[in-house]
Design a protein around this ligand. Sequence first.
Ligand code: KG4
Ligand code: ZN
Length: 338
Amino acid sequence: MKVLGIESSCDETACAIVEDGKTIISNVVATQIPFHKIYKGVVPEIASRKHAEWILPVVKQALKEANMTLDQVDAIAATNRPGLMGSLLVGFTFGKTLAWSLNKPFIAVNHMLGHLYAAHLVNDIQYPYIGLLVSGGHSIICKVNNFDDLEILGTTVDDSVGEAFDKVAKFYGLGYPGGVIIDNLSKNGDAKAASFPVPKLDGDEHRYDMSFSGLKTAVIHQCDQFWNTGYEHSTENMCAAFQETACKTLVSRLWRAVDDTGLKTVVAGGGVAANSRLRQLLAERPDVNCVFPPLKLCGDNGAMIAGVAYHFLQRGDRTPFNATACARIPQFKRGLKH
Ligand code: KG4
Ligand code: ZN
């Protein structure tokens, strides 16, 4: 079964064709980064307009690279949540229209299920396991029972980890998107140069929760207070110390989830799963098998959407054509309870 998957939740217009949830036949990602870079962040209005302009050429390109026609596609899938509403509506409405006009099955896909599935495209992974979803909009630790069954254990209570990377980079004028830039600068820095405060969330209900806004504020507004003596106050050192604290926050909660559940497989997904320090830290536990998607499948792409849609289709699910998009999933981002 060949599924055409469309992704347009943020600033990449993407389409892929995947066979049987496993074989990527084509995978086209058109990034809008150059258009948002001058504003140092994603401008939702520009994002929606670029999606509207690019969606048809991107889908055509995916078919061309697969050497296929639309007749040879068995089903269409598109991201419907969470994300920027205007952006989501472009890809989702395009996907629904394509499926309706071709009389093919249609599946709406939750973007975060897609990120989690990215590692499955290139690995055989058994359920259940612990999921670590780290992107520009989310930070989630969950128990994953099946491709569509996540038990949320912890989330950020404020900013996501990717947002903290992006905001720190924006404040220091390092460029956009900030994650990969900070990751690269950190390679020439010393994480011990500064000791940023590690967020503390008390109480059992926050056992797996994370917070990144205090860290972001400390790095941006109070950096001078946290330098250790004898270290140069360089951008590289600041980046390395920030990255270390952010990654250790994630990893400490993740190990709690692993130890409490006894599940020894971790699957990571989302843009921040590309982070080199996070990958190193997760490799430090020989008793835990940590699976990452390849770098090019960490960020947004259509292959992860087509891949997860295959499993819905196999189960007989179909999304009705009156379904719509949705910007947020409340359970993926909890507020502080007190
Ligand atoms: O999954 P993604 O492409 O889009 C969302 O669903 O949000 O994630 C984008 C996020 C951005 O915050 C970006 O800065 C971050 O992933 N990112 C990284 C790295 N590469 C991308 N963060 C840390 N280290 C990286 N190497
Ligand atoms: Zn994403």
